[in-house]
Design a protein around this ligand. Structure first.
Ligand SMILES: Nc1ncnc2c1ncn2[C@@H]1O[C@H](COP(=O)(O)OP(=O)(O)O)[C@@H](O)[C@H]1O
Ligand SMILES: [Mg+2]
Length: 231
């Protein structure tokens, strides 16, 4: 297993946001994390990235215990995170947003990786010298994904990457995720059941901070996952 999360808990003050969450992600496989608004999906990813210390449980990445590791060590260990609401550097150019990560992570063959990212999202090449802040929301999301890829992650972690994005770009982002699938592990928080079902090798459904169902992507229909997501 590339990632193993066991018995993970998280609190906001006295409110419990994650309660004994556990699942594993195989190398190069795609896992969808589903659940209604407020289920704990973003909290799970933030805890996984070390942006909030876990209040209990254990996280193992590639056999190493990273439960208390700082965020930059998790990034170095292979976690590439695209937060909900795409946090790019608005005052830097598109190119600088990506170059910073290529340099910080000292990836091997940065030129080849830069080419791969621009091939995946041609708009980033076209807008290379423009300020990140001048991009549309959908283009900024593509930049946020491109930037995460610039660390050559073992696992790409995406928090609702198509939320609030114009339909033409939703398609480009879904195509990119399909393209990346199999070349790295993907942990995808997604509100669109159909897309999740079409790409996921495995799924996990959260409700009130607990895993209420999990299984193979191919069994989502049979397992009645859609019914767990309707309000
Ligand atoms: N900063 C915060 N302070 C207090 N409660 C929070 C905070 N962020 C999220 N929550 C609460 O934690 C629960 C899980 O939220 P979140 O992880 O954002 O869910 P999801 O991403 O599945 O919509 C919700 O009840 C939410 O209201
Ligand atoms: Mg969320």
């Amino acid at each position: 297993m590339l990632l193993t999360i066991s018995n993970l808990s998280q609190h906001y003050g006295s409110a419990r946001a994650l309660d004994g969450v556990g699942f594993s992600v195989d190398k190069d496989s795609c896992t969808a994390v589903l659940g209604r608004n407020g289920a704990g999906k973003t909290t799970l990813l933030q805890t996984l990235m070390g942006l909030m210390p876990a209040t209990g449980g254990r996280i193992e990445l590639d056999g190493a215990d990273i439960t208390t590791a700082p965020p930059h060590r998790r990034a170095r260990g292979g976690l590439g995170y695209v937060p909900q609401g795409r946090e790019i550097f608005s005052d830097l150019s598109v190119g600088q947003n990506i170059e910073i990560v290529l340099r910080n992570h000292r990836v091997s063959e940065p030129d080849a990786l830069r080419d791969e990212i621009v091939t995946l999202f041609p708009v980033l090449g076209e807008m290379w010298h423009r300020r990140g802040g001048d991009l549309s929301g959908g283009q900024q999301q593509q930049l946020a994904i491109g930037r995460a890829l610039a660390s050559r992650p073992k696992m790409l972690i995406l928090d609702e990457p198509t939320e609030g994005i114009q339909p033409s770009i939703v398609q480009a982002i879904e195509d990119a995720i399909r393209d990346l699938k199999g070349r790295m592990a993907i942990l995808l928080v997604e509100q669109y059941y159909d897309f999740a079902r079409s790409v996921a090798d495995a799924y996990v459904v959260l409700d009130r901070g607990r895993v209420v169902k999990s299984g193979k992507g191919a069994d989502m229909e049979r397992d009645g996952v859609a019914d767990l997501l309707t309000v």
